[in-house]
Write a protein that binds this ligand. Sequence first.
Ligand code: PLP
Length: 453
Amino acid sequence: MAGLANTSTAEIQARDARHHWHPFSDMAALNAAGSRVVTAAEGWTLTDSEGHQVLDGMSGLWNVAVGYGRREIVDAVAEALTTLSYTNTFFQCTHPAAAAYAEAIAGLLPGHLNRIFFTSSGSEANDTAFRAARTYWDLKGKPEKKRFIARRNGYHGSTVLGASLGGMAPMHGQSGLPIEGISHIDQPYWFGDGRLLGMSPAEYGHFAAERLAVEIDRLGADTVAAFIGEPIQGAGGVVIPPDTYWPRIAEICAERDILLVADEVICGFGRTGAMWGFETFGFSPDIVTMAKAMTSGYIPCGGVAFSDEVAATLETGGEFFHGYTASGHPAACAAGLANLAIIDRERLVERVATDIGPYLAARWASLGDHPLVGETRMRGLIGAFELVRDKAALERFPADIAAGTRCRDLSVRNGLVMRAVGDTMVIAPPLVISHEAADLIVARARKTLDDLH
Ligand code: PLP
């Protein structure tokens, strides 16, 4: 980094501790320990200021789908910024990359989803979906249809609305959240719930979906605008629903005239082995929100796809009074187009479905024989294992042991970034990882489990 190359790790940490407030961090603890200073990345490998290299099993924050250091994205962004560093897309303006990128995304979606609204993040995408769904029902002459139903432990972003739609208890603990008009049903978590109810995954999928019907009927369908869910809950611990879950959710929404919003911020662009998570799970949403792998993290970008029905209805209302300064930013659209070109050329979605996905899944499943692992799961290239203290009884560690946090820290020492959601260890590597890297992920995860034992 120009001008910073000769700064010592200690100096960077001290400057950081004085002035940089990190997202989702206990700042006192972080500053006492000192942040890890990441200085470079290539492929799926991160390098820190001390020269340590770590395999990034989390694709950054689930977003670096095509891997780090892809020259063609960097070049596309540089060219875009050189030619047109900015134009708004509000006031009777567009630019070539915005039109091309919207068309390209629509081309990846099913035939009824054709109109793309650009944002800079997943939180903004979900905010847009929320406002569009409510405006839709206003324009349909049903203004009382305002409520959203989401799920406990869902994650839909960190704005006031995102945190409210999400079902994370620590965020709801913050004063005033969640905002009114949002309710949460239980997540379809077979290991943490269905198993304890003595149900097979298939039975449990139906059972968990019926919770939506019960909640809509309790509230009255004439007050509910939409249901929102991640096809696979990511930040909530890679909760992979049984295959019976989503088709029934879609039926319930259709029967009761509720819009179905798929939050594809993690699942979209190939993560689950299809372009979209809703394809993997066999349902068809009215609104799709996206971000992260849209640009593989090179430049912030998010978006919302509206169905033709939603878009046509919104058009009847004149101006949709909503937008962001960076909606359709030239650099983001250029990064997005270059990213899509890589996904297409390297057949990454097919690769996840038929090659590297099944390859890693089989090896990941082999961790299931470890005494500390209660369950392993993986779909495409998103997976998890559950830490247990007593394998026979599938009993969890007591909370004060912080097994997940210790496992995460040991894993980094063993050269692998995994994420801990409580005692669920999560992984979502770049879609481009080699077979050797997949082997390393599993070997390092096993070594970490042995160290924890
Ligand atoms: N939706 C899902 C499913 C996410 O996982 C995230 C972020 O992790 C978001 C929305 C919010 O995205 P952003 O952090 O870009 O606002």
